[in-house]
Design a protein around this ligand. Structure first.
Ligand SMILES: C[S@@+](CC[C@H](N)C(=O)[O-])C[C@H]1O[C@@H](n2cnc3c(N)ncnc32)[C@H](O)[C@@H]1O
Length: 252
């Protein structure tokens, strides 16, 4: 049975959590350490950091938002992992002002690249924070998912604008500053010295399905989760995913 404290319970994070949990397991076996040093850049209030700490790992969260760090502290305390979660105010551009270069077994960068000034530099920094053979978990907004969502909502001009805009934005009211294709993300991480292991499409269907279909039929949520898992690794679905997840290993 899924643990409601874990992101597994959530449609928004289920695929990423499964991939991340496997990656952590593999690093534990490869390093021979029970407890890994994990860095969560832009980790916010701990959606991933707290469940990772619950697995026994030490997690440093770097985030520019004092409010997020305050929420993180409270959440870590409630989950009984305050001793394994450290929140630090900072950002990916000045990452080494606040954390050690090459000091981490696993680095997470989830939902952050969209917001940073220079995504290529952001990726270089998160990779530099890794130890050799360390694992990178990168999650960012996908271009195709936004185009599809705008089109299905009847906003055809906005959908076309996102398709042609260099940053993948559908208009001035778009809350997301930047979106990526799978190719852009894999090229950026490879250029930074990471061997890409897997790319997953995240929320391929979840954001397009009317909530009522999932809310009224108890088995529907589970079936939708299984469908998301089945489609996630198929390249055909990467181009329509709301988010893209790249898992890689730092070259030694
Ligand atoms: C969409 S939230 C994602 C939070 C968390 N990683 C998750 O997956 O739930 C984006 C986070 O990125 C942080 N952020 C924004 N700009 C950043 C930067 N330049 N460097 C690091 N974090 C940043 C925000 O404060 C926020 O906590």
């Amino acid at each position: 049975m899924s643990d409601p404290q874990r992101p597994r319970a959530s449609l928004r994070t289920a695929v990423v959590w499964d991939v991340l949990e496997d990656a952590l397991d593999r690093r534990v076996k490869a390093t021979g350490k029970d407890s890994l040093d994990v860095l969560d850049t832009g980790g916010g209030s701990g959606n991933f950091a707290v469940p990772v700490a619950r697995l026994g790992h030490r997690v440093t969260v770097v985030d520019p938002s004092p409010n997020a760090l305050f929420a993180l502290e409270r959440r870590a305390a409630e989950a009984g992992v305050a001793d394994r979660v450290r929140g630090v105010q900072g950002d990916v551009h000045g990452l080494f002002d606040v954390v050690e270069r090459g000091g981490y077994d696993v680095v997470l960068c989830h939902g952050v690249l969209e917001y940073v000034d220079d995504p290529a530099e952001g990726v270089r920094n998160v990779v530099e924070a890794l130890r050799p053979a360390g694992a990178l978990s990168l999650l960012a907004a996908g271009l195709g998912g936004a185009v599809l969502a705008r089109a299905l909502a009847g906003h055809f001009t906005e959908a076309r604008r996102a398709l042609t805009d260099p940053a993948g934005r559908w208009g001035e009211g778009d809350p997301v500053p930047r979106r990526f294709t799978a190719e852009q993300l894999t090229e950026a991480v490879e250029a930074a010295g990471v061997e890409v292991g897997a790319v997953h499409g995240v929320r391929v269907f979840a954001d397009l399905v009317p909530g009522v279909l999932v809310d009224t039929e108890p088995s529907a949520l589970d079936a939708l989760l299984k469908l998301e898992e089945a489609a996630a690794e198929l390249p055909a679905f990467h181009s329509v995913a709301t988010q893209l997840h790249v898992l890689g290993e730092k070259r030694g």
